[in-house]
Design a protein around this ligand. Structure first.
Ligand code: MG
Length: 386
């Protein structure tokens, strides 16, 4: 029995040489705030990497860490944690994490905050509480969730951030030489068109490679059906986020009109987001993002998916490694996990931010069974936090 005595939030900014998804194209210049819009998916990004971290501490001196998105307006998320959530967490026990999660969710239900910054803040607090609960018990999060179902998790190479198709093909081949056989390219920056992208990658990578297309919510349902049908003869592993997330009937229509599996879910916050889509047979592969869901909702989404025969292929985004470690722990424990996204563009860089580092080599993540999420920020990362 050890109660939470402190909940703190921080912003971690990490400069990067080239923005996420590769060099900026014409019309994508950053504004004064350092934000720019990717024309291909109309989405705002910063020129730096940034996330929000949460640190909780217990009476016995155990520390737990959590992380969520800080990509845009990180102060909105830290304000929710500092001004609202922290005081409702102090005095409670980390082993009550799922109950705490639901109490915090209930606080804002009638205000309509079932998504966005509120749920991101809750996700970071939730991960930190699971981490603290594991460290208090001397058990990994996977053990707390019922135990490891696998020793390693297949990683797929996400994004081929090179300016031309020829260079992207070479880049994918280099990863194949390093033992990876699964790839996803970003339709947003496939300047020769997504069909040409699949054709070129298939030719170079051979018949057994898994090749997926992230369609970045950029198509109408009918356009998506036509585009996926054009890619299908070249062997498409799955088509991700083909249409806008709000159009659930449209997504169901796409999913039922093509033979390629449809993958979605990176922007969801809770199992309710999943149910609306699962109920209308709109999803074949679910891609929960730990930075938005926290461990509690991630596990709920995963269990709901598995019960319905839907595969789980968790999303991974730009972060320090804290929410990725949490995602890998939960992925060890869930039934139906077929792999995990591998963000190679930040993975090695994060070695200096987390201790011990994470490992993804020869096509697989190797995950430790150290207590909690198994990693923590380094002194150097902590010194960069504001
Ligand atoms: Mg995506």
């Amino acid at each position: 029995m050890s109660r939470i005595t402190k909940v703190e939030s921080f912003t971690l900014t990490v400069p990067r040489d080239e923005p996420y998804l590769g060099a900026l194209r014409e019309g994508e210049e950053p504004n004064e705030q350092g934000y720019f819009v990717r024309l291909g998916n109309k989405t705002v990004y910063p020129t730096v990497d940034r996330s929000v971290l949460v640190r909780v501490e217990t009476e016995s001196g155990v520390v737990g860490w959590g992380e969520t998105y800080g990509i845009v307006v990180p102060r909105a998320t830290t304000a929710i944690i500092d001004d609202l959530l922290a005081a409702f967490v102090v005095g409670r026990e980390p082993s009550d994490v799922m109950a705490i999660h639901d109490d915090l969710y209930n606080l804002m239900r009638v205000r309509g905050y079932g998504s966005g910054y509120y749920m991101d803040a809750l996700a970071a607090v939730d991960i930190a509480l699971w981490d603290a609960a594991g460290r208090e018990a001397g058990k990994s999060v996977a053990e707390l969730l019922g135990g490891r179902r696998r020793d390693k998790i297949k990683g797929y190479v996400s994004g081929l951030p090179k300016p031309t198709l020829a260079e992207r093909v070479v880049f994918a081949q280099e990863w194949m030489d390093r033992g990876f056989d699964s790839f996803k390219f970003a339709g947003t920056v496939a300047d020769d068109g997504i069909v040409q992208e699949v054709i070129a990658l298939r030719k170079a990578l051979g018949p057994d490679a898994h090749i997926a297309c992230d369609m970045h919510w950029a198509f109408s349902p009918d356009e998506a059906i036509a585009a996926i049908r054009e890619m299908e003869p070249h062997g498409l592993w799955f088509a991700e986020a083909p249409i806008v997330t709000e159009d659930i009937p449209g997504l169901a229509k796409v999913a039922q009109s093509v033979s390629t599996p449809i993958g979605v879910g990176e922007e969801w916050r809770s199992v309710y987001d999943a149910r609306y889509r699962f109920d209308v047979n709109a999803v074949h592969i679910v891609q929960p993002e730990m930075g938005h869901t926290g461990i509690t909702e991630f596990v709920r989404i995963g269990k709901e998916a598995h019960a319905r025969g839907i595969s789980i292929l968790p999303h991974a985004t730009i972060g320090s490694g804290i929410f990725l470690a949490a995602s890998l722990q939960a992925s060890l424990a869930l039934e139906g996990v077929i792999g995990h996204e591998f963000q190679h563009s930040i993975f090695d860089r994060n070695d200096g931010l987390i201790s011990p580092g994470l490992s993804c080599s020869n096509g697989y993540y190797q995950v430790t069974d150290l207590p909690g999420i198994g990693i923590e920020p380094t002194e150097s990362a902590i010194s960069m936090m504001e």
